[in-house]
Design a protein around this ligand. Sequence first.
Ligand code: KG4
Ligand code: ZN
Length: 318
Amino acid sequence: MLVDGVVRSNVVAGQDVHHQWGGVVPELASRAHQEHIVPVVHRALQEACMTKEQLSGIAFTQGPGLMGALLVGTCFARSMAQSLGVPLLAVDHVKGHVLAHFIQDGTPRPIPAFPFLNLTVSGGHTQLVLVRGPLDMEIIGTTLDDAAGEAFDKGAKILGLPYPGGPEIDRQGQGGDRKSFALPYPQVPDYDMSFSGIKSAFRNTVVNGSAKDPEFVAANLKNLCASLEGHIVDVLLRKLAKAGRALGVPRIAISGGVSANGALRAAVRALAQREGWECFIPPFAYCTDNAAMIAMAGHFMYAEKRFADLDTVPVTRF
Ligand code: KG4
Ligand code: ZN
């Protein structure tokens, strides 16, 4: 719940079921959404000390994502907006990640001026975005294959680590030598990126090492994690630096689940310091998927009266 752009509550229901299967199973995700949506909305209202009649709009994720899960949120939001007689705000999840920089929650934090350059890195997306205004964004670069978060998750799976792999690699790689296993740099023009070749090379390293020594992964876990993490961060940083210099935008920012990564956060801060740029990184709670960022996007859309029709349908890809 957001009041005048300030968070009153931000309830996140995790889905433990995906641990068991080593990834997101679409049918289980939508069933978990169904189970959680009523209790989550109830708790969000309770924690905000508000009644639903006090709400002035309902923001929801229209997409992109898995159809089953999106349908649950869309149907619920449409019904709630209709029954309360308030506007419906259909949010693009990936833009929501960018607008996480504007969330205020009582802890003073600078917000970026426009324009700024945002690197959005999540489990499904990797985008370099020129943000000219809250509702004026241009994607100037994107991954041609896997997302950065996917590279972390798949790398972790290769190592036998649980899902989601990003936080595991982050933890296990601490203190490791990121130069111990060399990985390739994809040759991708402009501001686009690619991670599937890195994942394949990483798999080959693990398969070949394990063929010679069955204890290879256990013996080298720290260095393997640090090498994969360091390499993904390096690939992201090169493109962010290139775009920042070419566009002459003195403000860089990161958001999305992977922006919780310790090495990436440190590298982006160091880059900004070297170049004399301002740097914006959301607190952890607003990096990974959260309700506040969707409400924040809804807040900006409300101000511009960008209301959605009550028969709005989910969109799996924009
Ligand atoms: O934004 P998000 O919560 O959900 C999507 O929209 O996809 O991002 C989830 C992704 C997963 O791939 C997860 O492994 C990654 O973010 N992630 C991390 C870290 N925390 C989450 N990757 C690297 N280091 C982390 N600390
Ligand atoms: Zn996300």
